[in-house]
Design a protein around this ligand. Structure first.
Ligand code: 5GP
Length: 114
């Protein structure tokens, strides 16, 4: 199977703006931000979609959410608010098939999403 763009970023084969990294997870700035703050929290293990999650991944996903909370504070959007999103498959708007949590903030969000 060929590597996803995120696997290449994790393996440092292509550059990205890394804002956090540990043994389980990397967080980067989105190359095409939709808001003043738009970060992607990505597990180092390639899980293609949320449908592929197993019990083994529970700790990693919990860690991703914890990192999102910490980054929201670091980027000073924790008080004004922010959105966290996992897109899944085509109708969900997923374009990179390696799960990632979007952390988006710095402007007012609309609901329902488009
Ligand atoms: P999805 O649509 O799969 O939920 O989100 C994929 C996100 O990855 C998009 O917001 C897109 O802008 C971002 N993205 C795609 N390629 C790259 C890249 O090479 N570098 C970075 N930093 N973000 C990327």
């Amino acid at each position: 199977m060929s590597k996803t763009i995120f696997q290449k970023i994790i393996d440092k084969e292509i550059p990205s703006e890394v804002v956090y990294e540990d043994e389980l997870v990397i967080a980067i700035k989105d190359v095409n931000p939709v808001a003043p703050v738009h970060l992607l929290i990505i597990p180092k293990k390639c899980i293609p979609t949320l449908n592929d999650l197993t019990k083994e991944d529970t700790n990693t996903v919990g860690r991703m959410i914890e990192i999102a909370k910490d980054l929201a504070k670091e980027f000073n959007i924790h008080k004004t608010g922010y959105r966290t999103v996992f897109n899944c498959n085509d109708d969900g708007g997923q374009t990179v098939y390696h799960i990632h949590l979007h952390l988006i903030g710095g402007r007012k969000m609309n609901w329902p999403p488009g």
